[in-house]
Design a protein around this ligand. Structure first.
Ligand code: ZN
Length: 284
């Protein structure tokens, strides 16, 4: 098992309260980026086993973590992938995974502040899949074999931008700076009893607003990996935001304001805590 984190732009393994720089631990400078580590994720299991006998580079609770995969090449998002959320959105269930992109420039760390782009900005707690192999046409039965691990994500969405026009377009409204908090770690699949049944939760305004399990996904992780890889070549470090359950602000008629804190929890992964702050040069 391993937990891969980002300490000041360097991939590190989290172990027993400490962190261990991967390139230093392996004595291999080619492991100085997250995507390089994820491309060799089998070795991360072995390296994690070495942590006990090694000196940590520091304590995990004394550093500010960055997004665990800051150099992702492709970041996919899946819309309306929980029946309960499709219903609250008043939209029909998609016949195939409804796919959009979050541009990688929106990725942010697990405790990053989120500058709001307007008055209609929403939260979406999600499980994020992290690819570990270059692959194409992956079959559902072997899809988990190309996955290095999973992490927690927030698919923060400016609903005004997202839903402008007919048909609307999702990419830009979900790609403002810091609209993709992820982390705190990429956690290996063998950490989970059943990787197709991982619970996730979101708290805002001091209440639990979203709570579900990936067992409720319309298109589960194997189907998503198979479908996306039938069209795009997937690469180590590619991220798939798998969709959000019901309970978003749009369904409640309430949106994020400066000062709100979004707490996103994925079982076995950990917690994101992102504070909303005022707009920075927004124009709409
Ligand atoms: Zn989403």
């Amino acid at each position: 098992m391993f937990r891969l984190v980002n300490v000041e732009g360097r991939p590190a393994l989290e172990h027993g309260g400490g962190f261990y720089d991967v390139a230093r631990l392996a004595d291999d400078d080619s492991l100085a980026t997250a995507t390089a580590c994820l491309a060799r994720f089998e070795e991360l299991h072995e390296l994690a086993g070495r942590c006990d006998g090694a000196e940590p580079d520091g304590r995990i609770d004394e550093v500010v973590l960055g997004p665990p995969v800051p150099d992702a090449r492709q970041v996919f998002g899946i819309g309306l992938n929980y029946k309960s959320h499709a219903e609250e959105s008043g939209m029909e269930l998609p016949p195939a995974p409804l796919t959009f992109t979050k541009f990688p420039s929106c990725l942010a760390g697990p405790t990053a502040d989120v500058p709001l782009s307007g008055a209609v900005v929403d939260y979406e707690a999600e499980l994020v899949v992290v690819i570990g192999r270059t692959c194409r046409d992956v079959r559902e039965e072997s899809a988990w074999e190309v996955v290095a691990g999973v992490t927690a994500g927030q698919d923060i969405s400016d609903r005004e931008v997202q839903l402008t026009g007919s048909p609307p377009q999702f990419c830009l409204g979900k790609s403002f700076g810091a609209y993709g908090p992820t982390g705190p770690a990429v956690v290996s699949i063998d950490s989970f009893e059943n990787p197709d049944d991982i619970t996730l939760r979101c708290e805002v305004w001091g209440e639990v607003v979203q709570e579900s399990s990936t067992a409720q996904l319309i298109f589960g992780v194997p189907k998503l990996v198979s479908y996306l890889s039938s069209i795009c070549t997937l690469s180590p470090g590619d991220l798939i935001f798998t969709g959000t359950p019901d309970g978003v602000g749009m369904g409640r008629g309430r949106f994020l304001s400066p000062g709100d804190e979004i707490v996103t929890t994925v079982e076995g992964v950990g917690e994101l805590r992102n504070r909303c702050i005022g707009a920075q040069g927004g124009t709409h």
